[in-house]
Design a protein around this ligand. Structure first.
Ligand code: FAD
Ligand code: SF4
Length: 480
């Protein structure tokens, strides 16, 4: 291209470039298994799609990415076929881009900020990140594992092995620290292992990322609940620094008449056994029994995961999908990502708005048989800025063989209760300095859902980076 071509006309030409089609598997096939539904780009379509990037000087996509990935530079490399260089751009700021590219709600992040999306389709940034990082893992796996700095001689304990713990461990290992990760469950990965559906995140991709941490020298200690089996104070005495990344994994409590009936599940009780091999889950957590009529209550991404999982479970048992999602507000206030709602509808899920559970009634076999639903209307905005649902007084009954309450998650107060002087908020979330992740206890840092409440994988990854930098600065400053 000539240097004399004015930037403006280049942008104009690019705006006219057609978006590459993102292909999803036909509905009938995809609801018969738990495999990913979106097909990857090939090399030609990846180059063409990346070429649509306008290289905006203000870089709104970078500002909207929790990890500040240098997306325009990656797009430039991809458009010219330099896939490995593009992958390296992502890995400079993101510890596990092959995971984020699959699970990020891009419409609210990088793609939501893409200027092309204002009047048409944004560049498929998530798909391109996935394409190049998968390409790298396949073509040049040796380039995925970062070189480690010489040993610092210092040891860091990481509590929790979800995206926050995985991220802080990754960066600290790279900086030459010895890292031990303590995990309450029998396997690492947090929600990525125990709840995120495999049609969004195939477990092979996650296992590769976890294996990489081991290759870098991470030591894992499983079945060890810090605050119960080992005190945080003991870790402080044994290690040079401690990171707390225990998430917010407690289901929001429900107290409706009949909510303990067989066939009524929380989001975790419903999802965890489906996506976790029996050897890696608590013995009382058997796969949910599935029935002909499933009703899921909630409006977030977990609720979407529940309805789409229920469809697959029904099809696996030879049933016709019959799954209803009930949400107490309207679609406008629904927090679930648009792409998840769209996929759920395609897969046959019925959406009912302004509907909240009131009671669960059993049938003659003692299992749930029907749900009493109360009709809601929208009142004044609440603290979240969304209009508050208020009962209209009208009630009705729907048939349900299975009901799932996907009502959200809360922090576990254990660490706050068992660690003298650790400052927590009243809901159990840990108080930190947001610039560094430092708690009020010297040498103790925290990040991810245990600080923010239920959030996102990329945000937990970001918190891990912030804390790793701060831990490095703390330990370097502490050197004699
Ligand atoms: C069903 C579901 C679907 C989701 N889908 C998406 C999605 O598509 N995209 C997205 O961006 N986000 C999604 N999220 C949110 C995302 O998974 C979380 O924001 C993210 O996992 C938070 O990471 P974390 O490391 O802070 O905590 P977690 O992933 O919760 O990990 C915390 C870890 O700490 C361990 N632990 C807890 N207490 C202790 C203790 N006392 N001692 C030792 N270990 C302990 C836990 O066992 C766990 O392994 C989803 C969440 C759920 C529940
Ligand atoms: S990490 Fe998420 S928000 Fe950032 S570029 Fe990747 S997909 Fe987009």
């Amino acid at each position: 291209m000539s240097d004399t071509v004015p930037v403006k006309s280049m942008r104009k030409d690019k705006i006219r470039l057609a978006p590459q089609a993102v292909t999803t598997r036909p509905v009938a096939g995809r609801i018969a298994d738990f495999d990913p539904i979106v097909m990857s780009f090939d090399e030609t379509s990846a180059c063409a799609e990346a070429d649509r990037c306008l290289s905006c000087p203000r870089q709104p996509c970078v500002a909207a990415c929790p990890l500040s990935n240098d997306i325009p530079t990656a797009m430039h490399h991809i458009a010219e076929g330099r896939f490995l260089e593009a992958a390296a751009v992502y890995r400079a700021t993101s510890p596990f881009p092959e995971i984020c590219s699959r699970v990020c709600p891009q419409e609210n992040l990088c793609e939501g900020a893409c200027v092309l999306g204002k009047h048409g389709q944004p560049v498929a940034l998530g798909m391109l990140e996935r394409f190049v990082t998968d390409y790298q893992r396949e073509i040049a796996p040796e380039t995925v594992v970062p070189l480690r700095a010489p040993s610092s001689g210092k040891r860091v304990a990481v509590v929790g092995t979800g995206p926050a713990g995985m991220s802080v461990a990754h960066w600290l290992l790279e900086l030459g620290y010895a890292v031990t990760l303590y995990e309450a469950w029998p396997a690492p990965g947090g929600w990525l292992t125990y709840a995120v559906p495999s049609y969004k995140l195939p477990r092979g991709v996650l296992h590769d990322a976890l294996a990489r941490l081991e290759q870098m020298g991470a030591r894992f200690v499983f079945n060890t609940r810090i605050g119960q089996d080992i005190a945080v104070e003991t870790l402080r005495a044994e290690y040079d620094a401690v990171f707390l990344g225990v998430g917010a994994m407690r289901d929001t409590a429900a107290s409706f008449p009949g909510h303990n009936l067989p066939g009524v599940y929380t989001g975790t009780e419903f999802l965890l056994p489906v996506y976790t091999p029996a050897a890696l889950r608590p013995p009382q957590m058997a796969e949910p029994e599935i029935g002909a009529h499933v009703v899921v209550f909630g409006g977030g991404d977990t609720a979407m995961d529940c309805v789409r999982t229920a469809v697959r479970l029904q099809v696996r048992q030879g049933m016709q999908p019959n799954v209803t999602l009930m949400y107490r507000r309207t679609e406008y206030e629904m927090p679930a990502a648009h792409k998840e709602r769209h996929a759920a509808r395609e897969e046959g899920v019925e959406f009912v708005y302004l509907a909240a559970p009131l009671a669960f009634h059993p049938g003659p076999d003692g299992r749930i048989h029907e749900v009493v639903v109360q009709e809601m209307a929208l009142g004044e905005p609440d603290a979240s800025g969304r209009r508050r649902p208020v009962p209209t007084g009208h009630e009705y009954t729907v048939r349900a063989d299975v009901a799932v309450l996907a009502l959200g998650y809360e922090a576990d107060p254990l660490l706050g209760e068992t660690t003298p002087d650790l400052l927590t908020h009243k809901h159990g979330l840990i108080v930190i300095d947001p610039q560094t992740g430092a708690t009020n206890l010297p040498g103790v840092f925290a990040g991810g859902d245990d600080v923010r409440g239920p959030h996102l994988v990329s945000v937990a990854n970001h918190d891990g980076i912030v804390a790793a930098r701060a831990i490095h600065a703390y330990l370097t400053a502490a050197q004699p």
